[in-house]
Design a protein around this ligand. Structure first.
Ligand SMILES: C[S@@+](CC[C@H](N)C(=O)[O-])C[C@H]1O[C@@H](n2cnc3c(N)ncnc32)[C@H](O)[C@@H]1O
Length: 208
């Protein structure tokens, strides 16, 4: 794996490597994702955050949705240790160290479990290997399966020459292939499809 465990452990030798706790730009991005969840998922009970890093976004989700149970997953042991510490004040947060690809291969989560799956700044890290092995399709189908009906998949990713083609492919496959899963269809919400200058924000809803 190009961006595997070792790669991220190396990054997390530095605390808050992407300045998720201090950077206004990052905070703004989280706020917009939370607004999207509030707009499209009524009273979410179960939220899965894939690639939660040190828990900056997790903490904001926990406060925005105190009634929901939030599960954060990250491949980095160091990040997970810090995320647990950063979120220890929140009773509704659980954080585990795991490779999401492996969890999906093991069908770790029961079907129809999550109202919201949120994944910020991760698709393009997963993409190269997923694409080569055609595991991207399996990955996106797993997301669809573990989502409840009317559940939403929220993803926000920085846009640049490297990430644009990868993201375009991911979104295309998500729209086309996920309808094969459980007769579900994906509805993309065009009104928040608007492009911010440096990142996009997409919400896909699973409908029967
Ligand atoms: C660029 S950071 C984004 C963090 C967070 N989502 C945010 O936007 O603030 C990507 C995170 O995904 C995690 N990650 C990368 N590959 C993963 C995998 N296969 N399974 C779980 N987490 C992964 C990394 O350890 C890192 O914390």
């Amino acid at each position: 794996m190009i961006f595997g465990r070792r790669y991220f452990e190396e990054i997390f030798t530095k605390e808050d490597p992407w300045r998720y706790f201090s950077c206004e730009y990052e905070k703004g991005k989280y706020v917009r994702q939370i607004e999207a969840v509030k707009q499209y998922a009524l009273h979410p009970q179960n939220i899965l955050e894939i690639g939660c890093a040190e828990g900056a976004h997790t903490l904001m989700l926990a406060r925005a949705f105190p009634e929901a149970s939030i599960l954060g997953i990250d491949i980095s042991k160091t990040a997970v240790k810090r995320a647990k510490e950063n979120c220890k004040c929140c009773q509704n947060v659980n954080i585990i160290e795991a490779d999401i690809i492996e969890l999906f291969k093991q069908a770790h989560f029961p079907e129809n479990t999550f109202d919201v799956i949120i994944q910020s700044e991760l698709l393009y890290y997963l993409f190269p290997e997923l694409f080569i092995q055609l595991e991207l399709i399996h990955y996106l189908m797993s997301i669809t399966k573990i989502m409840k009906n009317n559940g939403i998949f929220v993803t926000s990713n920085q846009l640049n020459v490297r990430t644009r083609p990868a993201l375009g492919t991911c979104y295309f496959i998500l729209q086309r292939l996920c309808r094969l899963v459980q007769n579900s269809e994906y509805k993309e919400w065009y009104d928040i499809r608007c492009k911010y200058l440096t990142y996009d924000l997409k919400v896909f809803t699973k409908t029967k």
